[in-house]
Design a protein around this ligand. Structure first.
Ligand code: NI
Length: 267
């Protein structure tokens, strides 16, 4: 699958599912800004059949390569980021996985059962990243039990494989070109900024500043009925040059750690 097709399909799904993110995109473009994409992110479990390396395969096939990895001790997550080998204007891809052996037997049993239910012919294909909740309609009761152990596990159980967020490249914006301006612009338009550890994560010294809006609550069908549920969110990133004048292209684990909380149920 060509990278153009991958990203346009992911974007179409993302805005269809989360109307508020398309409104953010439209707000920026209505202000004369050209919205470029810094990175997209996926979530998964470290079960071998669906782990980071599995989700990455479609991108590797499209010319991407692994660049760096990240550890999130407190949330028991591990992640890698990928970049296209030659086309440097293409978005980075950030894929994280929950480390299952850090969690209860209950959580592990649910995940194994759910992964078992994905047809084999889908597991080893380019389709994996588009499957959404590949394991069928979720149960709100199971969601709550998973969430008690890990917000990430609960969200992933309900939402499955999809772009968890796209990210506006603030370096490419003409007027709204600082993180403060971005956040004020969003707040003035009624959006709630993820304030965990401050609205701006990271500093120019760390070479990356990030912020995100909290996920919009969308209607999700559960076994028990329809519930409001945090969908996907939009992120904003501004990158700085390192000492050698090269634009920093990686991620800061301490900042990403807080961005993960943009899908928390009660925030
Ligand atoms: Ni991100």
């Amino acid at each position: 699958m060509r990278h153009q097709d991958i990203f346009s399909r992911l974007w179409d799904e993302y805005i269809k599912f989360n109307p508020s993110v398309k409104k953010v995109y439209d707000l920026f473009t209505a202000n004369g800004e050209k919205v470029e994409n810094d990175h997209i992110a996926f979530r998964t479990f470290n079960d071998k059949r669906i782990n980071v390396d599995k989700l990455a395969q479609v991108f590797i096939n499209a010319g991407y390569e692994e660049k760096a990895d990240y550890h999130f001790e407190e949330k028991h997550l591990y992640a890698k980021h990928y970049e296209h080998k030659t086309e440097k204007n293409l978005p980075r891809v950030f894929i994280s996985e929950l480390i299952l052996d850090k969690f209860s037997d209950y959580l592990n049993e649910i995940v194994i059962k759910k992964v078992n239910s994905i047809p084999n012919e889908l597991l080893n294909t380019n389709e994996l990243i588009f499957l959404g909740s590949a394991w069928g309609i979720p149960s709100f009761k199971i969601y709550e039990k998973l969430k008690a152990e890990s917000e990430y596990a609960g969200w992933l159980y309900v939402m499955g494989f999809r772009a968890n967020h796209f990210t506006v490249n603030v370096n490419a914006l003409k007027q709204i070109n600082t993180m403060e301006k971005v956040n004020n612009f969003l707040k003035n338009n009624g959006y709630v900024i993820n304030a965990v550890g401050g609205e701006i994560k990271g500093t120019p010294q760390e070479l990356l500043e990030q912020s995100s809006i909290m996920s919009e609550k969308i209607k999700i069908q559960f076994e028990e009925g329809e519930f409001d549920f945090p969908g996907c969110f939009y992120e904003f990133a501004k990158r700085y040059n390192d000492k050698n004048g090269n634009l920093f292209s990686g991620f800061i684990a301490n900042s990403a750690n807080k961005i993960f909380e943009s899908t928390d149920f009660n925030k």
